[in-house]
Design a protein around this ligand. Structure first.
Ligand SMILES: [Zn+2]
Length: 456
């Protein structure tokens, strides 16, 4: 009973804080209210999530968590379900708590059909102490913010640890990207609960795609380097090792046709007849996110019609959230935070002849202090780029140096550290038929969100 009383304080207070922070326009107030809630009622997250009527779903991995979870949320809603989801991408326990408490009634009633959480890889073992997932989906594991997380194997171990912890109470379904050598070998002790998904083949149209070797090298457990029959991106592809270990055969597989602004996926699995979906977002990375979401949906028994409808819903939301008009100019913002993710975004930008570019690099804690990853991202893709590029943020000059080495003429690189001024300058250069691509790191994106209302 005593606990209940604490909820009556923590829930209204959290909701109030969320409102105040939203009103003040300081944007990123997604962690603080949850922190306060957990101080007053340490078990609040666990108490509310326990009310879930159907499945508790977790999405983790280096890249694509937010988009994948967004796709899944769209599908669950199309299926008529009540979903609680940390959709703003705050994926540590405090952010998840904010999202959950904010959806609860003041009497601590939540009762969702599904809880859907994107969870930071490193925080997963802690998260499963507070709620027991029914499904854990892992998108991919790439090198990311090395100074914070250490090597990839450490991250893989954390996910395995979370699976072990969960399995003591209930063994979760484990949904894994078959094309990722590290991801596809997770949860090996529970192989009967593993479901893998992956691409059979990928065709690129209207763009020169010529990947023959992996951009990132991974070693097999035996120590030897993986070989590839097909490389898709990063270390994703059809890998095999001389010791006999190889990419598992996916239960859910797809063929993809990737165009400049959209992708077509032809999906095959044992659960249903072949079907086709069109993803109205650029990039192979988004095709992977969609395939992950479809795999999740098929696993919890959602029909194909609602899967398609749900993805459609998401594109509408995506269109509003990510494509903005500032001063009448079309602006597309795409977060960059590691070499592989950034390279995929650059591929999209390079293929758009009407694109202009603003790159904002910060090196705050949440970005990772070390910006040496800029040297591993393939900025050489822009070597033929003959328009001006504006670089901004606390590490603008490092970015400028990187672009020079990538073959961009010095006179085409404009350094403006102040983000607001950089945005003004970039927008003024965008012609009517053109659009502006903004590639910010995480805290640069938060800065951008604070100032962009002045430009809408
Ligand atoms: Zn091997």
């Amino acid at each position: 009973m005593k606990k209940k009383i604490s909820y009556l304080i923590s829930i209204p207070l959290t909701k109030l804080l969320v409102q105040l922070i939203t009103l003040s326009g300081s944007g990123a107030g997604t962690n603080f209210p949850g922190k306060v809630a957990r101080k007053i009622s340490p078990d609040i997250l666990s108490y509310l999530v326990k009310q879930t009527k159907k499945e508790i779903l977790v999405v983790t991995g280096t890249n694509g968590k937010t988009t994948t979870a967004g796709f899944i949320a769209g599908i669950l809603k199309a299926d008529g379900r009540k979903v609680v989801h940390n959709r703003r991408g705050a994926n540590m326990l405090t952010g998840i708590t904010t999202a959950v408490v904010n959806e609860s009634s003041v009497l601590a009633e939540l009762n969702p059909d599904n809880c859907l959480f994107e969870v930071d890889e490193a925080y997963l073992p802690k998260a499963v102490d507070e709620f027991i997932p029914d499904v854990i989906l892992v998108t991919n594991l790439f090198r990311d913010q090395l100074d914070r997380y250490g090597e990839l194997n450490t991250t893989a171990k954390k996910i395995d640890q979370a699976i072990e912890k969960t399995a003591k109470i209930k063994i979760p379904k484990i949904l894994l990207n078959a094309d990722d050598p590290i991801v596809s070998s997770l949860g090996e002790n529970y192989s009967e609960n593993q479901v893998v998904y992956g691409f059979q083949d990928i065709k690129f149209v209207n763009q020169d795609e010529n990947i023959t070797s992996p951009q990132e090298i991974t070693n097999c457990k035996c120590g030897a380097r993986y070989n590839y029959e097909k490389v898709f991106y990063g270390h994703l592809g059809h890998f095999y090792c001389s010791c006999g270990h190889k990419r598992p055969t996916p239960q859910i597989s797809a063929n993809a046709v990737i165009d400049v602004n959209s992708s077509k996926l032809i999906i095959n699995s044992d659960y249903h007849e072949e079907f086709t979906v069109t993803i109205k977002m650029p990039g192979l990375y988004n095709a992977y996110n969609a395939l992950a979401a479809i795999s999740m949906a098929l696993n919890i028994g959602i029909n194909i019609e609602n899967i398609k409808k749900g993805l459609e819903n998401y594109f509408t939301v995506f269109g509003r959230a990510e494509t903005l008009y500032m001063k009448g100019k079309m602006v597309l913002t795409q977060l960059i935070k590691n070499p592989i993710g950034a390279t995929e975004v650059l591929r999209t930008v390079k293929d758009d002849i009407n694109g202009r570019l603003l790159i904002i690099i910060n090196d705050n804690y949440a970005d990772g202090r070390d910006v040496s990853w800029l040297w591993d991202a393939n900025f050489e893709l822009l070597s033929g780029y003959n328009k001006t590029v504006v670089v901004s943020g606390t590490r603008a000059s490092d970015m400028a140096t990187r672009l020079k080495y990538a073959g961009i003429q010095s006179e085409n690189i404009i350094i403006i550290e102040d983000i607001k001024k950089a945005l003004e300058k970039s927008l003024s250069a965008v012609k009517e038929e053109e659009k502006l691509y903004i590639l910010p790191t995480y805290t640069a994106l938060l800065d951008l969100q604070k100032i962009q209302k002045n430009f809408l």
